[in-house]
Design a protein around this ligand. Sequence first.
Ligand SMILES: Cc1ncc(COP(=O)(O)O)c(C=O)c1O
Length: 367
Amino acid sequence: MEPVRVSTAYLPAASGGSLSPRRSSSTVSAVDLIPPSMPDIRAAAWRIAPYTVRTPVHEWRSPAVEARFVRPANLHLKLELFQRTGTFKARGAINNVLALDENARRRGVTAISAGNHAIAAAYAAACVGASAKVVMLATANPARVAAAKHFGAEILTAPDGATGFQMVEEIVRTEGRTFIHPFEGPRVTAATATCGLEFHEQVAGLDAVVVPIGAGGLCSGVATVTKLLDPKCRVYGVEPEATQVMTKSLAAGSAQHIGQVTTIADSLAPPMTTPYVFEMCCRSVDEVVLVSDDEMAAAAAILFAEMKLVVEAAGAASTAGAFGPLRAKLAGKRVGLIVCGTNIDADSHHRLVVRGQQALAAGVLAP
Ligand SMILES: Cc1ncc(COP(=O)(O)O)c(C=O)c1O
């Protein structure tokens, strides 16, 4: 598939972040790519508040932190794994579903997902009394399929992503359901920004925020609100070495389609990023770093051993970034880590932690 081309003509001269991709010619209009303003983000926060949790923040002091970060560095965990549905995805799905008029709600929604967005779309639909017909990939974890069903969604199974997208298009065409996008568009970015807004309200004076990146929907919002509130606060994105969707898009100067990739962090493995989130990340993210599967497993093992947190691999990516490639940059800083998800069954979590313990023993993320 051809990469989507994105214009730079409308971009403001100065961006808060320091990513500077080579950009190419336009097929997307300027008006489509306006970032959410502070009033947009506050309005989204107000809209989704009845259906979401203001997730807690915990200052992380433990042997693992003390061994790696000499004080006065301090780490704060935004425990977004305690969000409704187990991930931040509920924020974007609800913001999209709340925008539907009565007719659209009556026709219901559809979505495609390997897991967490399916649960979020099902939950969001249930919140407004709409039905959800969701296509999940055959590889989706059964626990996630069960969670989506729990919220009343009808689940269809697709053998692969390409077939899944065809199925969703057919559902939209024949049933008039609204497609709820997992990461693209201003409503998702405004909604994920509410997570960042809460974080800055809960911890004053953060020097840096570290955010996992799949396609960039979460990071686009957290970065946008961070730069609106405090342009000096650095925003670091963390993505798996195995995917590099954002890294490759930055190198190419446009949102890239990379196809199917495999990583332990299945939630961070979308086949592409898209124009809006890509542009928002370009404007407001300072740097994107890569972590290996072993580093994420090691971070998950540390989060379990020292914080008693059960995170899926994606939820450990920010910790892996902070303890790994970002450690020197975060030394002495006041740092926020977004712990974004927990949708993992007991057996898979056990395997993740055992792999992490082995990686730690082999020196991965060593102090
Ligand atoms: C738990 C979790 N973390 C991170 C991500 C990545 O989010 P994004 O694609 O918005 O970058 C996802 C996406 O589904 C997720 O479920």
